[in-house]
Design a protein around this ligand. Sequence first.
Ligand code: NAD
Length: 498
Amino acid sequence: MERLFINGGYVESKSDRAIEVENPATEEIIAEVPDASAEDVDRAVEAARKAQREWRRVNALERAELLHLCAAGLGEAADELAVLLTREGGKTLKENRDEIDWSITAFRHLGEVARASQGRVVGPTKAGQMNLVLHEPLGVVAAIYPYNYPIVLLAWQVAAALAAGNTCVVKPAEQTPLATLRLGEVFSCLPGGVFNVVTAGGERSARLVEHPGTDMIAFTGSVATGSKIMAAAAPRIKKLLLELGGSDPFIVLADANLDVAVQGGVFAAFLNAGQVCTSAERFYIEEPIYDEFMARASEYAGGLRVGDPFGEVDIGSLVSRAARDQVEQVIGELVSRGARVAHGGGVPAHLPRGYFFEPTMIEVTEPRGQQIRREIFGPLATFARVRDLDHAIELANDSDFGLGANIYTSSLETAMRAATELQAGTVWINDPLKDNDAAPFGGYKMSGLGRELGFEGISAFTQAKHVHVDFAQVPSPEWWFPYTRPDIAVELEESALA
Ligand code: NAD
């Protein structure tokens, strides 16, 4: 049984329950982690609370230096972490190695950004006074993650939370806890209690949200769980950062560079077997190029190699049997409503073991009905014809989600119009899925609350405090006692007490 990481060391859990970790590419059980007990969670929260009293006093330069050491630790352990991620999650080794590189840049960037405090001095309302706006930490952040990018999603939030003076209790997804547990050692430069990891299933994770000792919940995961967390956080008015699901549109107009659109589209749909919050799920292709786009995209998708995530492949395994069952169920539903499988649609014949699935393209005739209210978390994308830009934008926005949106066009005017009209936290023009540590990331509508990365991603983990200073130390007779009765122009009724 793996151990939890609490107060600077690995400790045995007090739990009576364990969670099995399966390698989804081989269906082998590779480890067991504790399903943390209430006592485990209490211990981690208490350690984080105690550590935060000191951590908030550490100066910004020293905190940044420690985050650079965390980044260096990630660099040293990069290969080992990538192997662990591949074994527990089924994502390809290449994608997991990239994930560690992105995590390193996030730690370095956020550590430095936090040094440039975003507090300010505002103009006073009286001479001899000064008004300061400080950005202070919230306290203990409970940080809960999904299985698809366990380390980089943690880096984006935990680096910002720590840089801002908070401490963290991290809870990885039950499918992918191993690389995250390893971070305890990788981040050994941090003082004990600043970074803690507990493992638990959904039911027992709820304790972290409700716990009176956690001040903020940073959550990345599905809308369904995000909504439960919001409700559980309500009684204590706990601060929330919610990064939730998406159903991103991908618009290709007739004037697009088709080579770029085909390659970008197939990548955006099938990266990490489509298990990306910003996977392109709803393709809207302008009528004159629809047939050519479909033919070229099918051919390109047909060249993708599915298989052992440690091998020379483009697509690994889905994370679990349940994830693959869900993809099969969605395909069944779409086909029963008249959709046509244009490419893929099944388990690759040469991969009977493991939860592999072909990259699948589905043509729909009723684009308004397709996947508007749900997210497909797998290698499956839908395709529909659109008349023009207006039609495409109307369908793209007809969704409860608003995480990302893509448009392919060679017209600057069209691109900029789409950029302003698409309802999404990120709009990608002619290049899919790129993130930038210096720019905010998050969702419109049901895709989330708040932003990570950029300046926004640091301020999400702070609260503003106004400090009013009277350095002249002069009394204010115009405000203070004794009052002078105001000389009011309108006639007042005689006071009963007069
Ligand atoms: P999930 O919501 O099922 O689980 C996420 C985490 O929440 C897990 O650690 C789980 O144990 C925990 N959890 C479950 N119930 C809980 C409860 N009641 N209280 C507290 N924690 C609880 O998500 P998943 O299936 O692991 O991941 C896929 C989802 O994540 C997709 O919807 C995807 O779009 C989303 N996602 C969003 C982003 C983003 O940045 N917006 C990034 C990656 C993934």
